[in-house]
Write a protein that binds this ligand. Sequence first.
Ligand SMILES: [Zn+2]
Length: 126
Amino acid sequence: MKDFPINDMVAGVVVSQYVRCGKSNCRCASRRREDLHGPYHYHMVRFDGRLVKRYIRKKDVAEMQRRCRLHKVFNERLRAENKETEQIMKEARLQLRTVGHLIGDRTDRMETARQWLGDIPPEFKP
Ligand SMILES: [Zn+2]
């Protein structure tokens, strides 16, 4: 992760769409898929809960796909690492609880000993 090319990453995806130009006398007005223009390529990304769509020139498509893929891979790895950290924390908490029980047991045993032996002189108190 240290050497990950984060400066190359771009959030979002590249989508390809067939479109209508809007001219009523154009063949695309038929709405039939084969009459539409394209495919045109767009970069789509969610930004502040809003979907932002931006046209990409054909020559830039491959590079944009590469950069979006990097972002996806980075996030997948980050999620995996977070999961791993969570697991370690879970185990650490479990161990702490075990230590807590051991300390509790020790306190209980000392209390029992105290009851058996009477008051412990201050110089021997834990
Ligand atoms: Zn058209």
